[in-house]
Design a protein around this ligand. Structure first.
Ligand SMILES: [Zn+2]
Length: 78
């Protein structure tokens, strides 16, 4: 007498909603090599969202307004 009760795995797969690619917003941590400032910055479509202390050069590098001639190092924030 077999009383094996097999539970059927649920076939309901949760829907994964993908956000429309209107804009690619990502958080980036900027590290200033001169004054060692670490700050979270926001990029939209690869461009720095306007902040008070940081500015983006034409070449894409981000500079701190402390007068550093070296661009900030950028790290992906997860
Ligand atoms: Zn700095």
């Amino acid at each position: 007498m077999a009383t094996a009760s097999m539970k059927k795995p649920s076939s309901a797969i949760p829907m994964v909603w993908q956000r429309p690619a209107l804009s690619d917003m990502r958080e980036v941590v900027a590290f200033c090599p001169k004054c060692k400032t670490l700050e979270m910055l926001l990029f939209e479509d690869g461009y720095l969202v306007r902040t008070r202390k940081f500015s983006q050069n034409i070449d894409g590098h981000v500079y701190h307004d402390c007068g550093s001639e070296q661009p900030c190092r950028l790290y992906r924030a997860f």
